[in-house]
Design a protein around this ligand. Structure first.
Ligand code: AGP
Length: 609
């Protein structure tokens, strides 16, 4: 949720840190700050609001330093304000610290520090407790003081800390919040995520949980929780810097919607040999493993959860294994039936969503086999799984997930088909048909992207509506849910998705003259039923947008407008029908003047409960 950057080296730390914070803006934040070691003292500048606010206030100061830390804050404890912004300092100002995560026992620690040592707290944050703990334990060795402090802390944290008495180092710690280290020539950088480093280095250490890092200009040492130094391979980042830029699109979201043909193609075809056989490099599930499995859970949040709903359809239809899908924040607290015969599938774009990570850990603790579908290499979810299936969608910067979602769907189809073949429960000609249909998808998505006029026209007709409804049947319910989430989270229109058959059980009471309703009707065997639902809502004055396969002329007689997707078999329509829904949400958001890439109150990665 928050973003951390720290620098030690020969460049001006102020420039490097501000540049890095800008690259982390997408994580969502409400304030930012920086601490710099200047002439033997630590200067802290921190403000509520956008980073450009911080830059404007720093500009006249001409800050020049070789050591510093910076932070973008997404408030969890204490409202957004200058005093609650990070970095936080001890009372003498000799130590400054930035933190991403939540200290679960901060109230007890705060009371102890006030009672025993009369500490004067300046903020309402949990974070400030950490810097006072370090101050309390500090006896001339920052690394030692940090170790003693984290021994008293409970919760999730990635922290970076500097001290004016030791201006040649940064100490950083990782526990359940992301932290990486960029390795340079006579310079080293800590950050929450790769985009903050790309301008300076492609060589990265991925820091594991409970590890403490000591950075100097000359080098980086990593220690485990027992203070033993550990070795770490260098991870070479292959992303191009511009991959995280917009490449000429007005918004990251539009760029990422248009990257979907490539993402689908890469995610799919890197796992198919020339005969269409699937090879899943990160997954070692054997026939014996599958025969042991008597329960499959798919667990995720938000858009990833909607991908899980399609995954359930695919695994049950192709591999004939029953599947339960659950949102992570519920799963982890409902005492699920889990044992060594359970397969737990987590889906996450960021790989850092705390609820998903916690659910995964709970499943592992109870003996389940854990397979994850994740977009960020080396993320927490990836590193704590038995099997990992990477969606090669590339960095997804916009808060609203699009290309990660469609590559998650591809991943689910491949895993389901791999299971079906391993169990020998799918006929070869049906398998071949499915593979050929999946291989045809990138070109069909491209075709949708090349014809957005109708979508833009529908957006213009409806962008001022305050409510929107999405309905579908069968697999189209999952697409309706995803379409509704896309619209609400970037346009702030109150949108709502429901199984079409449920309309008469209450929701139809809300339909009135001019109600904007989208009916996703791609399933041939359910089309007649969908037509009846469209007639029901039309009779009550709704403006109905139909989504159907090319060639379906019947729907034009009932719907006000129709968006067609290229023809394909029913089983793979979700990867196509979601694309016009993403674009519809995008254009309506732009027409409403919303912040498309960074919607209010939202963050790209929800690393708190
Ligand atoms: C998607 O558009 C939303 N931004 C949000 O629901 C997101 O899907 C959810 O927070 C899960 O994130 P993850 O995939 O990184 O775990």
């Amino acid at each position: 949720m928050c973003g951390i950057v720290g620098y030690i080296g020969n460049k001006n730390a102020c420039d490097v840190i501000l540049d890095g914070l800008n690259k982390l803006e997408y994580r969502g934040y409400d304030s930012s700050g920086i601490a710099l070691n200047m002439n033997g003292k630590i200067e802290v500048h921190k403000y509520k609001g956008r980073i450009k606010n911080l830059i404007e206030k720093l500009a006249p100061l001409g800050c020049n330093s070789q050591l510093g830390i910076g932070h973008t804050r997404w408030a969890t404890h204490g409202a957004p304000s200058d005093k609650n912004a990070h970095p936080h300092s001890n009372e003498s100002g000799s130590i400054a610290l930035v933190h991403n995560g939540i200290i679960e026992n901060y109230v007890q620690l705060r009371e102890w520090l006030i009672k025993e040592y009369n500490v004067n707290f300046k903020s309402e944050t949990d974070t400030e407790v950490i810097v006072h703990l370090i101050d309390h334990f500090y006896e001339g060795d920052l690394l030692d003081a940090v170790y003693k402090s984290i021994a008293k802390m409970k919760g999730a944290y990635a922290i970076g800390v500097i001290c004016s008495h030791e201006p040649d180092k940064i100490v950083a710690v990782r526990k359940d919040s992301p932290l990486i280290v960029g390795l340079g020539e006579d310079e080293n950088i800590i950050a929450s995520d790769i985009p903050a480093l790309l301008k300076y280095t492609r060589k990265v250490y991925l820091i594991n949980n409970d590890e403490v890092v000591l950075l100097t200009k000359e080098g980086v040492k990593i220690f485990n929780e027992n203070r033993e130094q550990v070795q770490r391979d260098i991870f070479h980042v292959t992303w191009d810097a511009e991959a995280a830029e917009k490449e000429g699109y007005e918004h990251f979201m539009l760029k990422e919607i248009n990257e979907q043909p490539k993402g689908i193609d890469v995610t799919l075809n890197r796992r198919l040999d020339e005969n269409g056989r699937i090879s899943l490099d990160g997954i070692q599930i054997t026939k014996e493993d599958l025969e042991k499995i008597n329960k499959v859970y798919i667990v995720a949040c938000g858009t990833a959860y909607h991908a899980g709903l399609v995954g359930k359809f695919a695994i049950e239809k192709f591999a004939q294994i029953p599947v339960d899908v659950d949102i992570a924040s519920e799963f982890r607290y409902r005492e699920p039936f889990i044992d060594e015969n359970t397969l737990f599938i987590a889906i996450s774009q960021s790989g850092e969503t705390l609820d998903t990570l916690a659910a995964l850990r709970e499943a592992k603790r109870r003996g389940a086999r854990v397979l994850t579908i994740v977009n960020v290499v080396g993320s927490s979810v990836a590193r704590e799984s038995d099997d990992v299936f990477y969606t090669w969608a590339g960095p997804e910067i916009a808060v609203a997930s699009t290309k990660a979602y469609t590559t998650q769907l591809i991943s689910m189809y491949l895993i389901a088909l791999h299971m079906a073949v391993t169990k020998n429960v799918i006929k070869q000609d049906y398998y071949d048909l499915l593979i050929s249909e999946l291989k045809a998808l990138p070109a069909k998505v491209e075709k949708i992207l090349e014809n957005t006029d109708t979508i833009q026209e529908i957006a213009k007709l409806n962008f001022e509506k305050q409510h929107a409804f999405f309905i579908g049947r069968g697999i189209d319910v999952a697409v309706a849910l995803e379409a509704s989430l896309k619209l609400k989270e970037i346009s702030y229109i109150n949108s709502f998705a429901i199984a079409a058959g449920e309309l008469k059980h209450g929701t139809i009471a809300l339909i009135e003259e001019g109600t904007f309703l989208t009916a996703i009707a791609t399933q041939d065997h359910l089309f007649e039923k969908m037509l009846s639902n469209i007639q029901e809502v039309k009779a009550r004055g709704a403006f109905v947008l139909g989504v159907a396969k090319e060639g379906n002329k019947q729907i034009e007689q009932q719907a006000n407008k129709v968006i067609y997707i290229p023809d394909c078999i029913d089983e793979v329509t979700p990867i196509l029908s979601v694309v016009p829904m993403q674009l519809l949400a995008y254009y309506m958001s732009v027409l409403r003047g919303c912040d498309v890439d960074k919607p209010k109150n939202l963050a790209k990665s929800v690393t708190v409960e």
